[in-house]
Write a protein that binds this ligand. Structure first.
Ligand code: PMP
Length: 398
């Protein structure tokens, strides 16, 4: 018999599976609100002008494609650190941060998880309830038991902060806590700065290890504002992990550009930690690809391209905000119940409170695709489809 005779079909990825179903949808008015991608008002994934300019220069220079260092280039890693902590950061000056270029935010989480498994083999990982659908599988895949901490409050469509604090207070020392720096996926419900202060204090008091997932820097309030949680962790003196993704902020999804940063206690620790993380990378994929990282480094290090990128990022942020406001107004005009919370939620996603049955009705009756949990991607709305979507939501709520 075949080696694979007994292999079972794995379940489809819930979100990528939704894309396949959407592509096969016959309704000409169809709208895909299931994906986690930013689209412009024209319904297309933008190629940023700053990225185009950096790519053009790179193409003209025709650099050779040798192997990169295992951890990526200093130009890229340094630029990532400055973006997260600011170029005048004391933490950076003290040599307390180790950064490695990784394959997107997912790759950064995976390298961090594999390294943590060697550092803390008996720890448990805690993710928010709910969280990005890959967090659990990723940390379980690295060998950790994965548990949840209270996060989303369906009644207020905000954060159940009392529940979150109680969960933190009950975690065993050295537990790993995965936190979303901003633009929480899937709910859109973020912590306030005052709440972050309490989280940092609880993590310090309980001797927990924070792993901050930063996939949307610049999508909520601004580059610096969205790093507020990182600033608090930096000031706390704690050691912690950060995964960064530039998939959204540079619209470079397929180039797989991200980074893992580990904050240690000293320059000397950083050198030893880096040597160990390099072993994890070397035995996984050896070293990262060249193009995406080189483009991001070029944009971030040229004052002109950087300004261009900040303006374009601001444009994406403003468009998402405008779609939130417009959706709320359109729903009101359709006579739907109060959706004001959509203006409070931040980033690409919104938990709408729609039930699985209502989401299914939107698909069947309108060809509008959303995740069964009621999550919609606000960045997939545009001036042409928003009226239709609001009508559909109002109709399935009747
Ligand atoms: N973390 C979160 C919270 C995300 O939403 C995503 C992707 N949408 C990622 C990590 C992964 O990012 P990437 O696509 O760069 O791997």
């Amino acid at each position: 018999t075949s080696l694979f005779a007994a292999v079972e079909m794995a379940p489809r990825d819930p979100i990528l599976g939704l894309n396949e179903a959407f592509n096969a949808e016959k309704n000409p008015a169809k709208v895909n609100l299931g994906v986690g991608v930013y689209f412009g008002d024209d319904g297309k994934i933008p190629l940023l002008a700053a990225v185009k300019a950096a790519e053009k220069a790179r193409l003209e220079a025709q650099p050779p494609r040798g192997y990169q260092p295992i951890e990526g280039t200093p130009a890229y890693n340094g630029a990532v650190q400055n973006l997260m902590f600011g170029k005048d950061s004391e933490l950076l000056a003290a040599g307390r941060a180790v950064t490695c270029q990784c394959l997107g935010g997912t790759g950064a989480l995976k390298v961090g998880a594999d390294y943590l498994k060697r550092l803390l083999p008996d720890a448990s990982v805690y993710i928010s309830d709910p969280s990005w659908e890959n967090h659990r599988a990723l940390f379980e895949g690295a060998g950790f038991p994965v548990k949840e901490y209270a996060y989303y409050d369906a009644a207020t469509r905000g954060v159940n902060f009392a529940g979150m604090k109680a969960a933190l207070a009950a975690m065993p020392a050295k537990s790993i806590v995965v936190l979303h720096a901003c633009c929480h996926n899937p709910t859109g419900a973020d912590l306030t700065v005052a709440q972050w202060k309490e989280v940092v204090a609880a993590i310090k008091e309980r001797n927990l290890v924070a792993f901050i997932d930063m996939a949307y820097q610049g999508f909520a309030d601004g580059i610096k504002e969205d790093a507020a949680a990182l600033d608090l962790f930096a000031a706390s003196g704690l050691q912690f992990f950060v995964s960064s993704s530039f998939s959204k902020s540079f619209s470079l999804y397929g180039e797989r550009v991200g980074a893992l940063t580990i904050v240690t206690d000293s320059k000397d620790e950083s050198a030893r930690v880096l040597s160990q993380v390099k072993r994890v990378i070397r035995t996984n994929y050896s070293n990262p690809p060249t193009h995406g990282g080189a483009v991001v480094a070029a944009v971030l290090s040229s004052p002109e391209l950087r300004q261009m990128w900040e303006d374009e990022l601001g444009g994406m942020r403003d468009r998402i905000r405008a779609m939130r406001t417009s959706l709320v107004a359109n729903l009101k005009a359709e006579g739907a119940p109060n959706f004001d919370f959509i203006n409070v939620q931040r980033g690409m996603f919104s938990y709408t409170g729609l039930t699985a049955a209502q989401v299914e009705k939107m698909r069947a009756d309108y060809g509008i695709y959303a995740v069964g949990t009621g999550r919609i991607c606000v960045a997939a709305l545009n001036t042409k489809n928003i009226g239709y979507v609001a009508k559909a939501i109002a109709a399935v709520l009747k």
